[in-house]
Design a protein around this ligand. Structure first.
Ligand code: CA
Length: 249
């Protein structure tokens, strides 16, 4: 049974969520502030499979919570709840290390679909640590049997959610890793923002594509020698992006 932590100070909403999650077969717990969330996740190290995190919380807000988690190397998948019409919150949340977001007010079925998406991806990632990726995920790239891909002296380990080079290791969030995987699997091909929204985020709705651009900026900081003039993760003006493992070859 998957364990969900709901971090939300509006008691009515929080209890409604808990009730519905339990009805759907999840084990759900509620905390009403950010301090309570970091206490459970970091201090007590309670194991949760996914966190539903409201941004607007008394005291420590949702951005603070997710930044603290990531700084402490806790990579539990986080679904942020944002107020409608605040794309800057989405960008800030992704920058802090959130994996996905949902604007309030939301439909319960959408929330459940997003949670399932996050859980599926994290299970797949964990499985990737010990066994080969499914053939269908593997057919047009050089992602090896252990879910790794190397280029320009760097190795992406999709199972461990790590990027390694020399003696350095950077941990990737689920979404960073998924976006990199998608780009690597399409090595040399142009990938549109719409494709990324649909195939990486699983979104078919009209989502602000700046969230993708923000991810790309972060990934460039990890994989490019000079993020200001990227060689591997290139912008294709007006269309999207293209990953090139070996530029100039
Ligand atoms: Ca709130």
């Amino acid at each position: 049974m998957s364990r969900v932590l709901v971090v939300e100070d509006e008691l009515h909403l929080a209890e409604g969520l808990r009730f519905n999650l339990e009805a759907e077969g999840y084990a759900a717990e509620v905390v009403g502030d950010g301090e309570g969330a970091t206490d459970k996740l970091l201090r007590r190290k309670e194991p949760f499979d996914v966190v539903v995190l409201d941004i607007m919380l008394p005291g420590k807000d949702g951005f603070d919570v997710v930044s603290e988690l990531r700084a402490a190397r806790n990579y539990v998948p986080v679904l942020m709840l944002t107020a409608r019409g605040r794309p800057e919150d989405v960008l800030k949340g992704f920058a802090a290390g959130a994996d996905d977001y949902l604007a309030k007010p939301f439909d319960l079925s959408i929330l459940l679909a997003r949670l399932q998406g996050l859980l599926r991806r994290s299970e797949w990632m964990r499985a990737g640590k010990s066994r080969a990726a499914p053939a269908s995920q593997n057919n047009k790239s050089d992602i090896g049997d252990f879910g790794r891909f190397s280029f320009a002296g760097k190795t992406i380990d999709f199972g461990a959610l790590e990027l390694r080079w020399g003696g350095n290791t950077i941990h990737l969030t689920l979404m960073e890793s998924e976006l990199l995987r998608h780009m690597v699997q399409n090595d040399g091909k142009i990938v549109s923002r719409k494709q990324i929204l649909e195939e990486v985020w699983g979104l078919h709705e009209d989502t602000d594509t700046r969230a993708i651009d923000n991810f790309v900026v972060r990934l460039r900081r990890y994989i490019e020698d000079d993020p200001g003039s990227p060689r591997h993760l290139q912008t294709v003006r007006g269309v999207g992006y293209r990953f090139v493992a070996e530029p100039g070859r």
